[in-house]
Design a protein around this ligand. Structure first.
Ligand code: SF4
Length: 311
């Protein structure tokens, strides 16, 4: 199997089904350093847009992948080891992909740069944009997202509002809640007000479900999430765990695939099973030697076992 530098997966995505990730920025360049980030701490916090990865190389890989891949993919997702809208040529990537495939293109973004007109324009050809908005008060915004200096919560909300006016595709807004940080009633009311201005097609409510960057980023429980869902109304849903029937196990280098997918983020055995289409028992046979060889380590979070690349 060809090893790709800019593509990962297909990975199980709770919102996008089976999604092929396209990594537009290297680890870990972002405008934020969120306390709940599952990728790890931001090493370069910036607002500077650049061609962080060569567009021709990214598109060559997409081309090759689409020629070789036979299983079904629900979305091509522009995301990455950081914030994808920091890539100055994201528009070229989207437009070229739209010319070579009918698979819908999703952009998973923290939404922080949408206040820049050029960023909004760059995303117009995408089929769905999934921005996040975790806080509206500057205090909670600073605490949960730890943005680059110069970024303000109100500016982010305005950017999202502006984007809604020019973008014809779907906007699925994610709000991630951390206990004691952005779950107070005042913050909830302020976020709801902002959401009413932004008018997303869907509101995805989330909490800390994977090992976070900071141990003190704690999840809300199910009852609290349901209460928040009811507060946000009928457009809101708690994003539930992905499920797809695993396809039959194929002859392939499973260990390599496991290592590749874990390089991006920690996953449970059921995540791995769903993403790779391999039964858990089969995966278990490969995970054991990988942990013995110290290539993979186990991390317990919220009473669940996650596998991650040994740091
Ligand atoms: S969660 Fe997203 S926005 Fe936040 S630090 Fe990680 S990559 Fe950046």
């Amino acid at each position: 199997m060809k090893t790709f530098r800019y593509l990962y997966g297909p990975v199980p995505s709770r919102r996008l089904g089976r999604s092929l990730g396209i990594d537009l920025v290297p680890y870990k360049i972002c405008t934020y350093n969120c306390i709940y980030c599952q990728i790890g701490k931001t090493t370069r916090k910036t607002l500077t847009r650049e061609e962080y990865a060569p567009v021709t190389d990214i598109l060559d890989e997409v081309d090759l992948f689409l020629k070789e891949e036979t299983s079904s993919i629900d979305y091509l997702s522009l995301a990455g080891s950081g914030e994808p809208t920091l890539h100055s040529k994201i528009r070229t990537v989207i437009e070229r992909i739209k010319k070579i495939t009918s698979i819908p293109v999703a952009v998973i973004t923290n939404g922080s740069l949408l206040y820049l007109e050029e960023v909004g324009q760059d995303l117009l050809e995408a089929d769905v944009v999934l921005p996040s908005l975790d806080a509206v008060s500057q205090e909670a915004f600073s605490k949960i997202n730890r943005p680059k200096e110069g970024l303000f919560a109100e500016k982010v909300v305005e950017g999202l509002e502006k984007f809604r006016k020019i973008y014809k595709g779907q906007i699925w807004l994610e709000i991630l809640f951390c206990r004691g940080v952005n779950d107070g009633q005042d913050e909830l009311s302020a976020i709801k007000e902002a959401v009413e201005r932004i008018r997303p097609d869907k509101i995805h409510l989330n909490t800390v479900v994977r090992p976070p960057s900071e141990q003190w980023a704690l999840p809300l429980d199910e009852a609290e999430m349901k209460r928040i869902r009811d507060f946000f109304g009928e457009n809101a849903e708690i994003i539930s765990e992905f499920y797809r029937d695993p396809s039959s196990a194929m002859e392939r280098d499973i260990k390599e695939e496991v290592l590749k997918i874990l390089k991006r983020r920690p996953l449970s055995i059921s995540d791995l099973s769903e993403g790779l289409g391999i039964p858990e028992e089969e995966l278990d046979r490969h995970l054991k030697p990988l942990t013995q060889e110290r290539k993979v380590q186990i991390r317990i979070f919220s009473d669940s076992i996650y596998y991650e690349i040994k740091g």
